[in-house]
Ligand binder design. Sequence first.
Ligand code: MG
Length: 167
Amino acid sequence: MKNSPNDLRIGFGYDIHRLVEDRPLCLGGMMIPHTKGCQGHSDADVLIHAICDALLGAAGLRDIGFHFPDTSPEYKGIDSTILLRNVMQLVYDNGFQPVNLDTTIVLERPKLSSHIPVMKKILAGILKTDEAAISIKAKTNEGLGPVGNEEAVAAYAIVLLHPSSPL
Ligand code: MG
């Protein structure tokens, strides 16, 4: 699809997953050492799910549950980076590519600062952008609510798309 050069699109995504024992903690396409992990049909990578929804929203392509239903055995335990690659393909097919991505992960523990450079590299590779165009922030919920009680991890993402350059 060909879009006009001025057709910029902004998209927002949010996700939350329950934290449970005996699950790996997958965030931003990597495994984070921790005593708990997120529950979910896929690998439950809450950050990648929020990014998928931001991309789909910006391109006007519904949401992650529409494309990858959690009732489908095909997506059981799936690596969410595969879902993100599929979403990026849909974005390209609709004539867009990312300008930049800004995200926030909300969780009490563990500290993510040392893992963020690796996550940025993974996401920049999938989104085909410079790492400088990817922002990942992490903060606690100040002990408040389910996230503050370490019962859940939440993530927010916002993305800007512009029309793809001709090949
Ligand atoms: Mg999710």
